[in-house]
Ligand binder design. Structure first.
Ligand code: FAD
Length: 410
């Protein structure tokens, strides 16, 4: 319960907590041990509305906005971040790319099923040449062949690509240019040959929801599945990654809180020299630093989410929120592990793997250095972080879309 939030938002929080505690917490360890993707649970989460908060009702969303979406991510991240590993694929970057860059027909065909958890999503931009310079290092090529594209190449870190029904994949249609050579495609790997996803063994991350190397060999995409025009891909993904940063920041905040809660409980339970270790001042110092950083992150993350709900320029504040929240998660994971002593390294204690998620949020969805660069270049007057606000020519998601017909792009 956060007294600064409205009763409606706190009702959303209650709903997520109830869902996660009743449906996910009792079974997620089993999915992890069996290395099994929890398809039915994702569908139930979709039915409960956990993926559609920012989308208008006309496409199956609930139009509650980014503050609500961020609360959902925060509580999912706090209660079981492993299950939250597919949130971006179901409710953020994947459907956002389709919504921002697609035709009304593409949106109606694909977005409602993703939000409902009926189809499993994916968003694949990164290649092994380097995620921070995705457009410069992209080698995957989409060759036009009549009514289809044939895509050949190798993508890296394609999360859930081994399970996906419908995803968004970025490939070059012109290898000679950088960002302007990138195009976006809605892919359906179960319908067409040439797609092989090979899960990567990761340290401390979910074994049920996995990330993959993706091998594409003349993989077919109908021309009607291209998003926008050839060369629009980079614009679309950059637009989708901005709100993605805020929701990832919410998830990082949830991980920071989970570490804090574990640390507080353990500090009260663990008795050394005749007293709980929470009575030691150096442990108290760690607890105080964690509590303070979490409050600061919360203020930043919800400021960014509120500015997005208000339609204000929010690229800069999103970068700041994600940078701070992922740093906070890393710091809290580190301190929680120290408070647990040797037990913090044992798999049965979740602080051991929460740390890997903190590291992931530090790197994924734009690394910490990339956020640093954006924040600093804006401050130094080299590049205004919000220079593209309202000028991308892409469809927007606004709270006032409620009840309205889906409009073609501006
Ligand atoms: C578990 C996992 C899941 C993922 N899921 C997806 C997914 O579903 N889809 C997808 O497309 N991608 C995904 N990613 C990729 C992720 O977004 C990238 O890892 C991220 O963009 C960083 O790219 P990189 O790992 O290639 O690091 P690099 O880009 O090689 O960066 C290496 C280091 O250099 C730093 N750096 C980069 N540029 C600069 C600079 N100009 N100045 C100073 N330092 C710099 C970075 O901060 C980093 O510390 C996933 C990654 C992981 C680990």
């Amino acid at each position: 319960m956060d007294p600064s939030m409205s009763p409606e938002i706190e009702a959303v929080r209650d709903m997520v907590i109830r869902f996660m505690q009743a449906e996910v917490a009792p079974v997620m360890d089993g999915f992890e041990q069996r290395r099994e993707f929890p398809r039915d649970l994702v569908r139930k989460a979709g039915e409960a509305g956990l993926y559609g908060a920012v989308f208008p009702e006309s496409v199956g969303g609930s139009n509650m906005g980014y503050v609500a979406a961020t609360v959902i991510q925060e509580e999912m991240g706090r209660i079981d971040v492993r299950f939250a590993a597919c949130n971006n694929q179901q409710g953020s970057t994947c459907p956002s790319c389709i919504y921002f860059g697609g035709t009304p027909e593409q949106i109606q065909k694909y977005v409602p099923n993703l939000l409902a958890g009926k189809t499993i999503g994916m968003m694949s931009l990164t290649e092994s040449g380097g995620g921070s310079d995705a457009e410069g290092n992209m080698k995957t090529f989409a060759r036009r062949d009549g009514d289809v594209y044939r895509i050949t190449g190798q993508k890296m870190w394609a999360s859930i690509a081994n399970e996906t029904d419908v995803g968004v994949l970025f490939a070059k249609t012109d290898l000679k240019v950088g960002a302007k050579g990138v195009s976006a495609f809605i892919v359906e790997p179960k319908k067409y040959p040439g797609w092989k996803a090979q899960p990567v063994e990761m340290m401390g991350l979910s074994s049920a929801m996995r990330t993959n190397v993706l091998f594409l060999d003349d993989f077919v995409v109908p021309v009607e599945n291209r998003l926008g025009e050839e060369g629009d891909g980079f614009k679309i993904v950059m637009r989708a990654l901005q709100p993605g940063r805020v929701t990832v920041a919410g998830k990082a905040l949830g991980v920071a809180r989970a570490c804090f809660e574990e640390a507080v409980r353990y500090a009260n339970d663990r008795v050394l020299r005749g007293q709980p270790i929470g009575r030691f001042q150096m442990i108290q110092s760690d607890i105080a630093e964690m509590a303070t950083a979490i409050e600061a992150s919360r203020a930043l993350v919800y400021k960014a989410a509120q500015m997005m709900d208000d339609g204000l320029p929010s690229n800069r504040i999103s970068a700041i929120a994600k940078f701070h929240a992922s740093q906070t998660a890393k710091m809290c994971a580190d301190k929680a592990m120290q408070i647990f002593g040797g037990y913090g390294l044992a798999k049965e204690y979740r602080v051991s793997w929460l740390r890997s998620y903190a590291d992931l949020f530090f790197t994924g969805e734009g690394s910490a250095n990339v956020q640093r660069i954006m924040i600093a270049e804006d401050a130094l007057g080299y590049k205004v972080a919000d220079r593209h606000h309202g000028k991308t020519g892409l469809r927007d998601i606004r709270k006032d879309d409620v009840g309205k017909e889906l409009k073609p792009k501006a």
